[in-house]
Design a protein around this ligand. Structure first.
Ligand code: PGA
Length: 255
């Protein structure tokens, strides 16, 4: 059973509610023109989650949130719980995006707690992992990604792993225009799948969807998706423009 490709648009801190809704409505119109084996997820700001969900109601496309807090509720000014994300209608949530890890001091243990909260609420987490440039230059990329996986899944079950999507996003490729070489992305995807296989067994590793993210655009998407190891793309900058994001989604050819 081939894994359906998951093409996600991470809008970061961009787009007003009305811009998000207009995009989602146009996306909805364009969905029939996309390959059937391609799942689309829009990941707007928290405010636009609900309006985007409403704009896509009944369509074969989903909405995610960019982050969440690990506690169920409490005195955490400015934070949003997993239940709130779920209540807004999101199905997916990014966990441990590198901009959270590096810009907001999110440690591996915090990421592990967020992963647990997302799973506990019935959301599908997209767990982001990836090394920095200096870590890659020191040959530490496998070590770093395996450590991120080990901590994130430290207290998780095989069922949890089955419900999780992993995004390999080398930090040096995000927003820089320097996409990873396809061979490097594929090598890391294999490393991730092997780690999951050793920890949770073959069926879960085989079903696991691993996205690549980092300066994906309509020109490089087909090369990345040409590998069976690349189960989708997590797209930042190039997803802000609908035509560009559709160009990326159309690079999905697996049926
Ligand atoms: P980018 O961002 O496509 O702009 O490099 C990817 C991401 O941060 O998920």
């Amino acid at each position: 059973m081939p894994r359906a490709r998951l093409i996600a648009a991470n809008w970061k801190m961009h787009k007003s509610i009305s811009e998000a809704v207009a995009y989602a409505q146009e996306m909805r119109t364009a969905l029939p023109t996309l390959p059937a084996s391609c799942d689309i997820v829009l990941i707007p700001s928290f405010f636009a989650v609900r309006p985007a969900v409403e704009a896509l109601a009944g369509a074969r496309a989903w909405v995610g949130a960019q982050d969440l807090h690990w506690e169920a509720s409490g005195a955490f000014t400015g934070e949003v719980s997993a239940a709130m994300v779920k209540d807004a209608g999101a199905m997916y949530v990014l966990v441990g995006h590198s901009e959270r890890r590096h810009g907001f001091a999110e440690t591996d243990p915090i990421v592990a707690k967020k992963l647990g909260a997302a799973l506990g609420a019935g959301l599908t987490p997209i767990l982001c992992v990836g090394e920095t440039l200096s870590e890659r230059e020191s040959g530490l990329e496998d070590h770093v990604v395996e450590r991120q996986l080990a901590v994130a899944f430290g207290d998780k079950s095989a069922e949890d792993a089955r419900s999780t999507v992993i995004a390999y996003e080398p930090v040096w490729a995000i927003g820089t225009g320097h996409t990873a070489k396809v061979s490097d992305a594929v090598t890391m995807h294999r490393t991730i799948r092997k780690w999951v296989q050793e920890r949770f067994g073959s069926p879960i590793a085989k079903a696991l969807r691993i996205q690549y993210g980092g300066s994906v655009n309509p020109s490089n998407a087909a090369d990345l998706l040409a590998s069976d190891e690349v189960d989708g793309l997590l797209v930042g900058g190039a997803s802000l423009d609908l035509a560009s994001f559709l160009g990326i989604a159309r690079a999905v050819v697996r049926s």
